[in-house]
Structure formats: C-alpha cells, structure tokens
Design a protein around this ligand. Structure first.
Ligand SMILES: C[S@@+](CC[C@H](N)C(=O)[O-])C[C@H]1O[C@@H](n2cnc3c(N)ncnc32)[C@H](O)[C@@H]1O
Length: 277
C-alpha cells in the first residue's frame, strides 16, 4: 500500500491537531497491506491524503468542514471560483468581520452549500491560528490573524483531492456512526481530540467538547474492532488516562511541537501512537 514516489495532496485547511508534522512517523507505521481505510476524526485530512486505498470512509463531527469535503469532491472548480469572488479584495478587520458574518448566516440558515464551503476555506486562512471555535449559539467567533492577502487554495491540489475522494464515503456525525461497516483486514486511523495534559480539570467540560466519557467510548470501540481483526492506529497525548485505556496495545512516544497553544510550556509535548499490530 505504500508508494513513496507518489505526490500526495496537501490538507486544504490549517487544522488544530493536524498531523502534517508527524506524517512521516505515522506513514512508517501504516500496515503494508489492508483493505478499506476508515478515518472517523478526519479533520484536515493530513493522514488521509497519504493513504493509498481504493475505498475510503471518512467522518468528522464538524458538518461545515465535511461540507467542504463534499464540495471539493463534486465541484472543486466552482468552489475555487466562489473563493476568488469572495476573496478579491484585501482583508482588513471590517472585511474579516463581514466574511465571518456571512459564514455565520450560513450556519444560522443551515445552508451547507458551495458558498458556505468557500467562506469556510477563506476564514480558515484569515483567522487566528486556524482555530475553529464557536460560541454557545454555535456561531464562529475566532478573531482575525491580521493578514491582508493569503493564498486560499492551489487548484491542482483541489483537483488531486477531488480525484482522491471520488470513491470516498463522507459522513458527518459521531465517530461510532462511521465504524459500523468495518471488516476484518480494514485499517482504521483514530485521531480524536486530545485528552488534556492536565487531567485534574478533565471531567464533563472540555474545550474540545470531547469528554473523558468520549475517550472511554473510543477505547471500547478500539477493543471491539481489535477483536474483529481490524488494523488499528490511534494518536493522542501521552497522559495517564490514555496509557491506561490502551495498556494492552503497542505504545510509542513522539515529539511534537504544538503551534496552537497559548501556554508556551506546553508547546513541546509528548504524543503517542498506539497500534494493535
Ligand atoms: C485532532 S483533530 C483531527 C486532526 C486530523 N488528523 C488532521 O490531521 O487534521 C480531531 C477531530 O475530531 C473531530 N471530532 C470531535 N468530536 C468528534 C466526535 N464525537 N466524532 C467525530 N469527530 C469528532 C473534530 O471536529 C476534529 O476535526
């Protein structure tokens, strides 16, 4: 399944927890042979775009992000055109707020369409650190990164992603919904939101919305799939909770520099890769 002469597409968004910088380490651990590929927390797709599999199944709970995958799959040229129309002038704070307002109107009106995808991609490049954060009403509220002109996409890259997604099943919802059809010999890569490094504050509330209970549900699913003979890989922070949940499996440490973190002391942290093979 590995072919290192291939030029792989690049993620079309900057995404918190994106695996771009550890992709080589992850690639080295991908099983050499498997059937279908599943990624239930796909985010920016850094790992997906490096996978050679005919049948791909991806999911993320962020339905606006998943709308972008659908639009790239079906309409990448029109998406590029929409982006050009919306991003023709230099961005300043007033223009950024206007774009964000247009995007939030899409959320309020539940319009998951081409324009919503274009706004998503533009805002992702003009917001602070590519952070995706919404308020209690579900409206996007990340401030401007003070850049006035940024390249939003490369057409060839969108084309390559579109090609890659032609046979893909793309869903939006809780991770468990994607995994019902996984069979023996398939490969699942799990990159859920991180468990916090400081576990004392980790009860029901989390910044990512992914709770301790969710990490336990995920570990149960990992175990269920392991019992079926599925190849499994999972990455997360090296915390007591994660080590405890996956103590029966192979755990390897990784050094990762974290750009999106306000606490400088947390910028270099240990992450782990867990496999069942
Ligand atoms: C660490 S990020 C994935 C990063 C991705 N591997 C990349 O390279 O960009 C985790 C993702 O899980 C998604 N997520 C959070 N809770 C979820 C859930 N219950 N089910 C599915 N996806 C979820 C988030 O929207 C986010 O995109």
């Amino acid at each position: 399944m590995k072919n290192d002469n291939v030029i792989y597409p690049q993620p079309f968004v900057k995404w918190v927890g994106g695996k771009r910088q550890v992709i080589d380490k992850i690639k080295n651990k991908i099983p050499s042979n498997f059937n279908d590929y599943y990624e239930p927390f796909v985010g920016g797709g850094a790992v997906l775009f490096n996978i050679n599999s005919e049948n791909i199944f991806i999911n993320d709970i962020n339905e606006q992000l998943i709308n972008v995958y659908h639009q790239i799959k079906n309409n990448y040229k029109e998406l590029a055109y929409q982006i050009d129309c919306l991003n023709s002038e230099e961005v300043n704070s007033i223009r950024y707020e206007k774009l964000r307002e247009l995007y939030n109107d899409k959320i309020i009106n539940k319009e998951l369409d081409l324009e919503c995808a274009a706004l998503f991609m533009i805002i992702n490049k003009y917001c602070f650190n590519g952070v995706y954060r919404v308020n209690k009403k579900g409206l996007y509220n990340v401030p401007w990164n003070k850049k006035t002109k940024v390249k939003i996409y490369e057409l060839d890259n969108l084309k390559a992603i579109s090609k890659k997604l032609q046979n893909a099943t793309i869903k939006s919802g809780d991770f468990l919904n994607l995994l019902k059809t996984v069979k023996k010999g398939d490969f699942v890569f799990f990159d859920s939101p991180y468990a916090p490094l400081n576990e004392t504050t980790f009860n029901s509330y989390t910044q990512t919305g992914f709770t301790k209970y969710d990490h336990k549900r995920l570990a149960q699913e990992f175990k269920r799939l392991d019992g079926k003979g599925v190849y499994l890989m999972l990455t997360n922070h090296n915390t007591k909770l994660i080590r405890e949940l996956y103590k029966e499996y192979h755990i390897e440490l990784l050094d990762v520099k974290r750009a999106v973190n306000s606490d400088a002391s947390n910028r270099v942290g240990k992450e782990i890769i867990i496999t069942n093979y």
